[in-house]
Write a protein that binds this ligand. Structure first.
Ligand code: BTN
Length: 242
């Protein structure tokens, strides 16, 4: 499998989208030392300082219907958590849908984008932003209180190379499990790392905010939120506060 390495780019997502259109194969990854316009979910920006983290986009070509695509965000989150555990000994949590937290602060975000047409998914672009070796003052003021890096949590420099190797290893392994056995086992793994499930949460969406108990996720990765009136709501996209 190919890894494209770039010193500086606006966003590895943009490069990956371009590469996917040229027909590169399943599993191709794009890595950059720095992103000048790294992007996060909900049109936010993503701090991507030179050499401090893993700024990576992976092109997958799974043969699945479009509505199953969110499952891959969840699978990627589990792969990253396993890699962080293996390389650092830390015990990260997942906050629905895709934030990876260590001691309550975010160290990794995942952004899944799609190229699709009438035939289904042409490419899934899984963007992983992992804060590896930042110090607190490497983060912009907006995120300083909510972000962390693996170095800040372990007190030690962490090897980005080992992390990338481990993330790609688990992502490949879990993709194979997914293709052979479906989402079941992987969903259980995701739930076991999740801090959201079983908690009282507030889901901020574009038009409304709902409060309730996060009861679980569906097979499509939709969060099930039970409000005080007993109704069950499916949450597709939101910011979760706990
Ligand atoms: C989020 O939590 O909002 C998702 C952040 C995703 C950041 C990664 S870094 C590599 C890839 N390139 C980007 O521009 N974004 C993703």
């Amino acid at each position: 499998k190919t890894i494209e390495y770039i010193a500086s780019t606006e966003s590895t997502q943009i490069i990956a989208h371009q590469l996917a259109q040229t027909g590169v194969s399943h599993g191709t990854a794009v890595l950059a030392e720095e992103q000048t316009a790294g992007r996060g979910r909900m049109a936010r920006k993503w701090d991507s300082a030179y050499g401090k983290g893993i700024w990576m986009s992976i092109i997958l070509r799974p043969d699945i219907p479009v509505q199953r695509a969110p499952q891959f965000t969840l699978i990627a989150a589990v792969a990253v958590v396993r890699a962080i555990e293996e390389v650092t000994g830390l015990r990260p949590d997942i906050k629905w849908p895709n934030d990876i937290l260590v001691n309550g602060k975010k160290c990794t975000g995942i952004l899944t984008e799609l190229q699709s047409d009438a035939d289904g998914i042409q490419a899934l672009i899984i963007g992983i932003g992992l804060n590896a070796n930042q110090e607190a003052d490497d983060f912009s003021e907006e995120v300083r209180n909510i972000a962390t890096s693996l170095k800040m949590e372990t007190g030690k420099h962490v090897s980005r190379q080992e992390l990338v190797r481990s993330i790609l290893f688990y992502l490949e392994q879990y993709t194979e499990i997914y293709i052979k056995e479906g989402f079941g086992v992987l969903k259980l793994m995701w739930e076991s790392y999740s801090t959201t499930i079983g908690k009282k949460v507030r889901a901020r969406m574009a038009r409304e905010t709902l409060e309730g108990i996060a009861e679980g996720i569906t097979d499509d990765g939709v969060l099930q939120l039970r409000t005080a009136d007993g109704k069950l709501h499916g949450i597709y996209s939101a910011d979760i506060e706990m």
